[in-house]
Design a protein. Sequence first.
Length: 255
Amino acid sequence: MTWIDTHAHIYLPEFDNDREGMLARSRDAGLTTIYMPNIDHTSIDALMEVESKHKNCVAMMGLHPCSVKKDFEKELYQIESWLNKRTFAAIGEIGTDLYWDKTFWPQQQEAFNIQVQWAKKLNLPLVIHCRESIDETIALLQPYADGKLTGIFHCFSGNVSQAEKMIAMNFYLGIGGVATFKNGGLDKVLPAIDLGRIVLETDSPYLAPVPHRGKRNEPSYVPLIAQKICELKKISLEELSTATNATVKRIFGTK
């Protein structure tokens, strides 16, 4: 069986001491591809370096909402410059975040709108972050939903109604370590979600699944997330592997 991690920040300093070992463990666990979302201008060099050294590590380009401040236009200028230089797998990670700081909420909305427009122009999928802002982000995205725009709501932790709204806009749900948390809430949601609308992710180094919760996350833990999803949906690991791999290829336009 093979797996794909659709969201992992493995270029961050948390992996500097054992990146090669971590990637070897991911291969041993059946990981064939790891998609890496950008954060802001400070993360681009490390992101590109990991991608250049490892063919199975694929870069996205976007501005994370927690990096949206007063000078967000300067950040977006650098993101746009990279998008004009070469092709990326997706525009991400973008989105909104009302968990850490609400100060720059207007700027977050503007940065989101600009990047969604880039995705439409470049025909690229989006990878969307929406912590404590699911309904707000759905509302921001709806005017752009034309059936062609697609992508992933990363680290999905919403309810069935919210999931249905995302799916109706031709988006997919990124399921990670939260699925294994006792009070994560996804035990009530995942059984109702079509298997073809789910992809797997770790958000490494964050949100490690049980039994590693609270420790550094890494892509080799994808099978732990997969096992929990299979328990909740009463399907086999083989079925989940086949379905999620096919869905990832559909989203990112790979063969």
